[in-house]
Ligand binder design. Structure first.
Ligand code: GAL
Length: 665
């Protein structure tokens, strides 16, 4: 496992660099990431490159034994480019252009910007691509960050029209797919189609969904240009990008496909309260939340979910390219961090499948926007709060290496699809129906039960799982190859749990005219005869034989008419609420209501042994989390109290904000 740090030599006097490099070595760090915002320093005037400072920084750092990861600096175009070529600027949904003075103010579809991006990346790669001290490249920085995933400029309009013509072939087909007969929206030519900007009251959801897809594809193709250059000029070096965990505006599966591995930026105290409002059931009282996590660890479930999704992007280990190591500056409260917490976060990442953790940042900056952000060293250069943790981690490096030698191998997959997410976001039907929140119920239930899970695309390799959980497969799922259910061709798969709002729409976001759940009916062996959103306080009693799976069904209910399936749970009127259908060697469960956490736990506890799943611990008190890599069970305690797990019949005590590694074989 690699440990590293993000370093900005351009922010500090040169005389400081050697001492910084020496201290990095003293802290046991293996690598540094450099230059991802340094375009203005690397090319101060058009076509005049200044490599001397970066050459020297690399020399000093590599001389101290550190490997170097270079960032391409395209998140921050220099002012000469912005002023000479204002058509590179990104335009917001409200029509305003983003201006120079911060970052990510470019449009990925601007031909001018693409030319300049290719030019600076080519120049950098020609200079450093074969340099043996450079082990890898990070492309750009946090695509989509600061609400920049979607641009509404004229370039985007033109490229969107081409994208649509390639997708639909003939404009009549687009009219059909979008249902433009509604409200006289019919188009006669591609050039008439605009973007769903703020000037439209209630855009057509088919139009908007395609625009979201297009915006995501724009970054995929923008990134690909840089990948192509680096593959050619920097052979053998890894290429990655730093994603943003549960960020929802880009299809991270698509973005990840051409990268060697993915990384993400983990800031656990970055507004966990706002995330909790989104993820936990509407109206949750967090002051009563049990367990009470330590105040400086953030929301561990949220971070775990982001780790698990990041690992699922390529079904492979990943890195944390920016790991919070002290307080941040962009949250609501920005709590101070205590010694012990950075080590806990490092182990949390390792347990979840990280093979590298790079701390953000080396030294707290005295400059500009991030003055209040901490680093491994404080503003005055003295050790920051994480310094002692780094020294402690040095003593644990052998153990970290052993634990991370084998990737996590969950046998449950939670299916996650950005098209579905966007479609539900565009038409939630009830304002608080959120795709991520819906997934979170199942995720949290698995976590409470100690059952590891991969969060993967429906197009992933599903053969490694025994149970798939699809809280909703909302849009046309004909792309989802579940033929294995029939032929038992999906090697290990024995179960699929399918939730509400499934099979509801076509790929272009119109409601299907087929009985629900549409194309999934042969799998579920049911028909949805009625669906509804229930007002708060209204619930339907349940008649269930599954232990602890008690009613009422609330929030969203669908009544199921079994055809080949058999009911496992019924509503009070006798209609089916949960069914089981045998398909080949597998069982498909159709869940007709949006479960509470307790209901999801009861259901998954019932399904686990039926699908060969054994929890990692016999008992996990709230606040204690379990992960497995190879033979190692990793127990992480996010509270301030000691907690006791029961593993294979024995008590295992884990101190507050501490980790315990148990060798299981
Ligand atoms: C990240 C970003 C870094 C830095 C950091 C501060 O999102 O990639 O450049 O701004 O936040 O927490």
């Amino acid at each position: 496992m690699k440990l590293g740090v993000c370093y900005y030599p351009e922010h500090w006097p040169r005389q400081q660099w050697a001492e910084d490099a020496r201290l990095m070595g003293e802290a046991g760090l293996d690598l540094v990431r450099l230059a991802e915002f340094a375009w203005a320093k690397l090319e101060p005037q058009p076509g005049r490159y200044d490599w001397a400072w970066l050459d020297e920084a690399i020399e000093v750092l590599a001389g101290a034994g550190l490997e170097v990861v270079l960032g391409t600096p395209t998140a921050t175009p220099p002012v000469w480019l912005t002023r000479q070529q204002p058509d590179i600027l990104r335009r917001d949904k409200n029509g305003c252009f983003r201006d120079h003075g911060t970052r990510r103010h470019y449009c990925p579809n601007s031909p001018t910007y693409r030319d300049h991006s290719r030019r600076i990346v080519t120049a950098m790669a020609e200079r450093y691509g074969q340099d043996e001290r450079i082990v890898g490249w990070q492309i750009d920085n946090e695509f989509g960050g600061g609400s920049t995933a979607r641009c509404y400029c004229d370039h985007c309009t033109a490229v969107f029209q081409t994208w649509l013509s390639e997708r639909y072939g003939r404009v009549e087909q687009l009219n059909e797919a979008w249902g433009t007969i509604f409200w006289s929206q019919t188009y006669a030519d591609w050039s008439e189609i605009g973007l769903p900007h703020d000037g439209l009251d209630k855009p057509n959801p088919s139009h908007e969904l395609d625009y979201f897809r297009f915006a995501s594809d724009s970054f995929v193709s923008y990134q690909q240009e840089q990948i192509d250059i680096l593959r050619r000029l920097a052979p053998g070096r890894f290429i990655t990008h730093n994603f943003m965990g549960l960020f929802r505006d880009l299809d991270q599966f698509d973005m990840a496909a051409a990268l060697d591995f993915v990384t993400w930026d983990a800031y656990p105290t970055g507004n966990p309260d706002r995330w909790r409002q989104l993820l936990y059931p509407p109206g949750s009282d967090f002051s009563q939340n049990d367990p009470v996590y330590a105040y400086d660890v953030g929301e561990p479930l949220l971070i775990n979910m982001a780790h698990d999704l990041t690992r699922g992007l390529k079904q492979a280990p990943f890195w944390v390219m920016e790991q919070q190591c002290g307080h941040i500056n962009w949250g609501d409260i920005n709590p101070g961090i205590r010694p012990g917490t950075p080590r806990l976060w490092t182990w949390q990442a390792a347990a979840a499948g990280a093979d590298g953790v790079v701390y953000f940042r080396w030294r707290a900056t005295v400059l500009a926007q991030e003055q209040y952000h901490s680093g491994l060293r404080q503003h005055d250069g003295s050790p920051g709060v994480a310094w002692g943790d780094l020294l402690r981690l040095q003593a644990e490096r052998d153990l970290l290496a052993e634990v991370t030698a084998v990737p996590p191998t969950p046998r449950v997959a939670l299916l996650f699809d950005y098209d579905d997410l966007w479609a539900i976001q565009l038409q939630p039907h009830r304002h608080d129906f959120d795709y991520l929140r819906h997934h979170f119920v199942f995720y949290q239930a698995l976590s409470r039960l100690g059952i590891p899970v991969d969060i993967v695309s429906p197009q992933a390799d599903l053969s490694r799982y025994t149970l798939l959980i699809a809280p909703t497969l909302h849009l046309d799922s004909s792309h989802l190859d579940l033929s294995g259910f029939e032929q038992s061709a999906i090697a290990n798969l024995t179960g699929l749990l399918l939730g509400v709002r499934s099979g509801f729409k076509t790929a272009s976001n119109k409601v299907t005219m087929d009985p629900l759940p549409g194309a999934l009916r042969p799998l579920t062996g049911t028909t949805v005869t009625n669906w509804q959103s229930l007002p708060p306080g209204i619930g339907w009693p349940l008649d269930s034989e599954i232990p602890d799976l008690i009613g009422p069904a609330t929030y969203w209910t669908e009544t199921l008419q079994p055809e080949t399936a058999v009911p496992l749970v019924r509503y009070a009127d006798g209609t089916a609420a949960l069914t089981e259908n045998v398909v080949g060697n597998s069982r498909v469960y159709h869940l007709g209501w949006y479960p509470t956490l307790d209901q999801a736990i009861a259901l998954l506890r019932y399904l686990a042994p039926r699908h060969g799943l054994t929890p990692l611990a016999d008992r996990l008190p709230p606040g204690l989390f379990a992960s497995q890599r190879g033979d190692y069970l990793i127990l992480l305690n996010y509270t301030d109290q000691s907690l006791t797990a029961v593993v294979n019949g024995s008590d295992v005590v884990v101190n507050g904000r501490d980790v315990k590694i148990v060798r299981s074989a």
